[in-house]
Design a protein around this ligand. Structure first.
Ligand SMILES: *[C@@H]1O[C@H](CO)[C@@H](O)[C@H](O)[C@H]1NC(C)=O
Ligand SMILES: *[C@@H]1O[C@H](CO)[C@@H](O)[C@H](O)[C@H]1NC(C)=O
Ligand SMILES: *[C@@H]1O[C@H](CO)[C@@H](O)[C@H](O)[C@H]1NC(C)=O
Length: 388
């Protein structure tokens, strides 16, 4: 009896140790290597574990039953200026630093099984159909998507120190590659805002949010240069270096243009030499160049009511529902989406002290430069702490 009891204790102890070690010792498949053909998506793309920061907070199989203001759907669509999602926190008054691993999709329109961005949140936006990417940038009241209004935010991307992405397990689809400004204009005039129902997974993307601003860039995987155009290592220098646009002219307008590709972030020409600057791992982050905004054409300005009719004509956002099936079109009850959730996936988030985020010089435009990030640094520090 005594021997058996001792043996089982040993067995339990050793299996516990194995289980505790496996997330750090196993090489998990990087999120950016996981490719899906819509609509064949698993419940969670990470599987059960999700590595040292796992398990995945939300889920990827999203549909009308998951569409409400408490949805933890982590599948985003970036289809057009009328129909895109951004990542933000599941809990009110949060910061990107705290919530990056568990962020969920917030979309301009119902239909993706996600939370819907409340009407009036976005005060200006510009969508660019570039040759090898699509990009949407703009201004918003970030408190309406659960961020503290003073949060300087940071970058979400499908990498991170453990390569499981921020949010962990977040995936993105689009129907926008191959579309241009004129075709989008026809979609608007023929009242077909949804566009094609064939969706491509975006493998390399960046998504910044913070300081009342957001920018999303989705690089076309058909272009081998996609990882450079959507480079994720410049997380501290914000939208004005990573997603080039004329930010000073965007707030208060809703515009769609065609565009040339930008030069990949970090790459610049000096005295005729093409040079690549890398963001330093420590110390002040001061890019040695002013980015050149690529030229755009065929710009069309829209009224926000033309773009976000479903979300924007209701002054109330869809009510959180407890019933199993709900349509987001049934909209009553403003200011919902505030139910506190436990953050099971992120018990060891570092505390992001916004006061310590370095601020950097201007971008030559009219806006104050917005320094965002520290997230890669935080992730690296975090995983080093875990691994140590
Ligand atoms: C809808 O999503 C839920 C939650 O992910 C899932 O359990 C269910 O199977 C989905 N339904 C369909 C028809 O895909
Ligand atoms: C939001 O969080 C900040 C910092 O923790 C706190 O000072 C503030 O009172 C909070 N605001 C609300 C509306 O809860
Ligand atoms: C953008 O415009 C809105 C509404 O006019 C304003 O409240 C907000 O402060 C502006 N954002 C920035 C960053 O200037």
């Amino acid at each position: 009896m005594a021997t058996h009891a001792l043996l089982s204790i040993l067995a339990i102890t050793s299996s516990t140790l194995v289980a505790a070690q496996s997330p750090t010792t196993q090489a998990l498949e990087p999120l950016a290597s996981k490719h899906f053909t819509y609509p064949n998506i698993p419940y969670q793309v990470t599987g059960d574990q999700g590595g040292i920061r796992g398990p995945q907070f939300g889920f990827n199989l999203c549909n009308s039953t998951t569409e409400n203001q408490q949805s933890n759907c982590q599948t985003a669509f970036v289809n057009s200026i009328a129909d895109f999602c951004m990542w933000s926190s599941d809990q009110p008054n949060d910061t990107v630093g705290e919530s990056e691993a568990r962020e969920v999709a917030w979309c301009t329109t119902p239909g993706h099984g996600t939370r819907v961005i409340p009407p009036g949140t976005i005060t200006g936006a510009q969508w660019l159909y570039a040759k090898d990417y699509v990009q949407v940038v703009g201004f918003l009241d970030q408190s309406k998507v659960n961020l503290n209004p003073t949060d300087m935010g940071g970058e979400l991307d499908p990498h991170g120190a453990d390569e499981q992405g921020n949010p962990l397990g977040g995936i993105v689809f689009t129907n926008a590659f191959g579309v241009n400004s004129q075709q989008f204009q026809s979609q608007v005039s023929s009242n077909n805002l949804a566009g094609s129902q064939t969706f491509t997974q975006v493998i390399e993307w960046i998504d910044f949010i913070g300081s009342g601003m957001f920018c999303l860039k989705m690089c076309n995987p058909d272009n081998p240069n996609a990882p450079q155009l959507c480079q994720h290592i410049y997380d501290e220098i914000g939208c004005t270096y990573n997603a080039l646009a004329n930010y000073g002219a965007i707030n208060g307008t809703f515009q769609v243009c065609d565009s040339d590709d930008m030069t990949p972030p970090g790459v610049f020409t000096q005295n005729g030499q093409v040079t690549t600057w890398f963001q330093p791992q420590a110390g002040p982050v001061v890019p040695p160049y002013t980015p050149v905004i690529p030229s755009s054409s065929n710009c069309v300005t829209y009224a926000s009511t033309q773009l976000w009719a479903a979300a924007a004509t209701d002054t109330n956002i869809p009510k959180p529902t407890t019933s199993s099936s709900s349509s987001a079109a049934a909209a009553t009850g403003a200011g919902s989406g505030t139910t506190a959730r436990t953050t099971s996936g992120s018990t060891s988030s570092p505390t992001a002290s916004s006061g310590s985020i370095p601020s950097v010089g201007g971008n030559g435009g009219t806006l104050p430069f917005i320094a965002v990030g520290l997230l890669t640094t935080l992730c690296t520090m975090m995983s080093m702490a875990f691994l140590a």
